[in-house]
Structures are given as C-alpha cells and as structure tokens.
Design a protein around this ligand. Structure first.
Ligand code: ARG
Length: 463
C-alpha cells in the first residue's frame, strides 16, 4: 500500500477477522495489469443488468441507476485513468466499489448471479475478440503493402535461394508474395480461433451455474456472441482462447522474424539488395558511417518475447485441476504483452514494406550467374528424351568443367556443349537467360510473369 493511503474495505471481507497484510494486497493484485479491461468489464456488466432486470431481480429504476453509474465510471476512467487512491484487487472489484460509492447500496445488486470467475472470462473474451479483429485488419494492411510492392516490382528478378545458396532465378514479386501467403495463413488462424472463442461465458457463476435462471442466450446475443458455453466448470477453467492467440501470434512472429532476418541480410553491404528508408533506421553512437536496421533486429528479438509468453501461459495452465485457480490471473501479462508487441511489430512492418527501395540492378546481376540455369539445362535434355538422373549427372560434369576452366556456361560455344551431349543444339541459347528460365515456370504457383500477375489479380480481389 502506498504511503498515506486509507486501506479500502474488501468486498469479500465478511468472513475475515483481520485485514489482509499489505504485502498480500500487493502480491495478489492484478489491477495494475487488468485495468485495460475496464471498457469490456462495463459492457459485460450492463448486459448482466439487463438479464437481471428481465428476471425482476432489479427494478427498472435500480437498473437505470446502475447503468448510469457504470457509464459514468467508464467516462471517468477514459478521461483520467483509475481513481488515484485505489488499492482494489482487480478491475472488477474497482468498478463495483466505485459503483457503490457513486450510487449507494443498490450498486451491490450488480453482482447477483455472477462471479468474478465468469466475469473475467467474459472480459478477456470481449477484449481478445476486439484485439484479434484489429490485428487481423492490420494483417490485411500489411498484405496490401506486400501486394503493392509486388505490383510495382513486376519484371524484376533475383536469385531464389535454398540453403542460402543461389538456386534459381525468380521474380522479386513472386518472392514478396511468399510473405503474403504466410500472413494469409496467420489471418486464418486468428479467424479460426475466433470461432471457438465465440461462446459467451457469463452466467455460470463461480463454477456450478447460477440459481436465478438467467437467460444466458439473451446476454450472448446482446454481447455479440453466437452461443453460450456448454459446461460451467469448463467455462471458468478455460483459457484456450488465450493460448490459441499466443500460439497464432508466435507463428506470425516467426514469419516476421524470418523476413526481418532476410531483410537484414539484404540490407548488408554484402548483399545490398534493399535500402531501408532512413526514418526506419538508427545510427551508431560511435561509428558515424553506420545506418543500422535496428527495427528489424527488434522484430526478430521480440519474437523471443512472444514465444516466451506462449510458454509462460502453457506452463501456468499445465498443472491446474478444475476449475478456476488463482494462477490463471497470471494470464494477463502474457496476453497484454503479446497484444502490444504484435500490434507494434505489424505497425512497423506496414510502412517499412511500403517504402523500402530495392536495388534491382544488384539483384539482377546476382541472378545472372549462369550456374542458376543448370536446372534449365537439365530440363532441356529431359525434353530431348534423356532420363532426368542422367541429365543431372551430365550437367553436374559441365558445372565442374566450367568451374575448372573459369569459363562461365553462358560463354561456351555449341561445340563445347556438345562435348557433354550430342543432343545440345543451337536452340539451347534461347533458354540460357534468367528471363527464359523464369517464364518457363508458368504453372500455378510458379514464378513466371503470367502466373505472378494472375496471383496478384486474384489476391487484389480478396483484399
Ligand atoms: N483477478 C482475477 C483474475 O484475473 C479475477 C478472478 C478472481 N476470482 C477469485 N475468486 N479470486 O483471474
């Protein structure tokens, strides 16, 4: 407890003979974290008063009084934060106490047929539903930024990599759209988990149900849920919706971290494939020449933090018997920290992706290495009837000969090619360019200009 503070009465103090130790207050409180649930707590409480009024457990006057008290508290918190002297245990206790201070003992009727166990489950579901929808909208903006770049860069090519070794030439747009696909899957993971979250928990009381025949379905409709939870015990012990969000966030962060790592490489003097806008870079306190990709490094770094939150949450839950256990209060820090981190990270990626400049000359020069066309040469012989395993060997020997002599394959004469296979003909020179290699990959999912343009068209209809 802070100095000069008057200790507030506990709403549950009836059966206690002495006040809780201040150390216990400090140790058990969650108000410092869960205060951001105030809006959802009040929305849930208002819906609850409607249910109580329908049953005659609140008179219309009492209900009106409670609702206007709650609305005033919401405005008060929105305008100036929490009541300064508060030592309440959590946001639910805070609001209920303020309500009684404001409107008198009738405020004490609000908690009829409800427990903090179902109340907190509802608040978190309402909060998370809103946040997941917002994050999904941010994902769409990121996808739009990716598609915008893909459209602008159509025609530009670079080496595609496997094992971080140059593999085959690909369109830059195709490469960028790979990230679109990852974000698309991330979005579907959120949508999918929103479906399971969509069961309204309020009205199951502490764990066994409520004795007042509260119509939970009406509360569900009022709060925008499509149904109610089926089992009271499961309802107050369930935090799967948080675990699912943390898990979907971890996968999203893994994707963004991989992209960040790639962009850090592309931004290095060794690659120089990309130039990040100055306003998204930072300098060094000692080396004047430095322009560091700290934002991307932090995105990579914050991924560890989000994984940690998932592990923390799973670990809190793993040993809990049914149903609600106070351990579960620890869910807040994992959840809120992840929401803040993910919102911040996508918020950075959107302008960064929109504004990054590609060094297309550098990319195309790197993709002009004729060794990237070895597979195309092999395909050429396959089309002339040579079994693939044999062509693989022939081309392998040609690569070896080229490396030994220092003469790149695209400078070889026809007779040099024919030393390795009589089936090589003049037409082979048409396929020995990155563009030709790219345009041949014209099936769905391939890197040809036509396939990529078709993909962009399809995506733009979806976004
Ligand atoms: N602050 C608690 C939490 O976040 C609310 C529920 C507490 N319930 C109780 N019976 N102590 O989980």
């Amino acid at each position: 407890m802070r100095k000069n503070e008057k200790k507030q009465a506990k709403l549950w103090e009836g059966r206690f003979t002495e006040a809780t130790d201040p150390l216990v207050d400090q140790f058990t409180e969650s108000l410092s974290e869960d205060h951001c649930l105030y809006h959802h707590d009040i929305a849930g409480s208002i819906a609850h008063t409607n249910a109580l009024a329908r049953l005659g457990l609140l008179t219309p006057t009492e209900q009106k009084k409670i609702v206007s008290g709650l609305t005033a508290i919401e405005k008060e918190i929105a305008a100036s934060g929490l009541f300064a002297q508060s030592t309440d245990e959590d946001i639910h206790m805070y609001i209920e106490r303020r309500l009684t201070e404001k409107i008198g003992p009738v405020g004490g009727k609000l908690h009829t047929g409800r427990s903090r166990n179902d109340q907190v489950a509802l608040d978190v579901k309402l909060y998370l539903r809103e946040k997941m929808q917002q994050i999904a909208s941010q994902m769409v903006l990121l996808q739009k930024a990716i598609v915008g770049q893909a459209e602008r860069q159509i025609g530009v090519y670079l080496p595609g990599y496997t094992h971080l070794q140059r593999a085959q030439p690909v369109l830059l747009s195709h490469h960028l759209l790979a990230y679109y696909e990852m974000i698309e899957r991330d979005k579907t993971r959120l949508d999918d988990s929103l479906k399971r979250l969509d069961q309204m928990p309020l009205g199951v009381g502490a764990m066994a149900g409520n004795s007042f025949s509260i119509d939970r379905s009406e509360v569900a409709v009022e709060l925008g849920f499509s149904g109610v939870t089926a089992n009271s015990i499961d309802t107050v012990s369930d935090r799967d919706f948080i675990v699912e969000f943390l898990s979907a966030s971890s996968i999203l962060m893994m994707h963004l971290s991989r992209w960040a790592e790639e962009l850090i490489l592309w931004n290095s003097s060794e690659f120089k494939f990309v130039a990040l806008p100055d306003r998204f870079c930072t300098g060094s306190s000692i080396m004047p020449q430095k322009k560091n990709p700290d934002i991307l490094e932090l995105i990579r770094g914050k991924t560890g933090r989000v994984y940690g939150n998932l592990m923390g949450m799973l670990t809190v839950l793993k040993g809990l018997p049914l149903s609600y256990n106070r351990d579960m209060q620890e869910d807040k820090r994992f959840l809120f920290d992840t929401v803040k981190t993910v919102e911040g990270v996508i918020g950075m990626m959107i302008p960064l992706v929109t504004d990054m400049q590609f060094n297309t000359a550098k990319m195309e020069a790197a993709a002009s290495d004729p060794l990237l066309l070895a597979t195309d040469l092999s395909d050429y012989l396959v089309l002339k009837g040579v079994p693939f395993r044999e062509t693989h060997k022939i081309i392998g020997q040609m690569v070896q000969a080229s490396e030994k002599s220092g003469k790149p394959l695209n400078e070889w004469s026809l007779s040099e090619f024919q030393k390795h296979s009589k089936l090589f003909n003049k037409d082979l020179f048409f396929i020995l360019t990155p563009k030709a290699s790219i345009e041949k990959k014209s099936g769905p999912g391939g890197t040809s200009t036509a396939s990529v343009k078709a993909m962009i068209k399809k995506i733009k209809k979806l976004l």
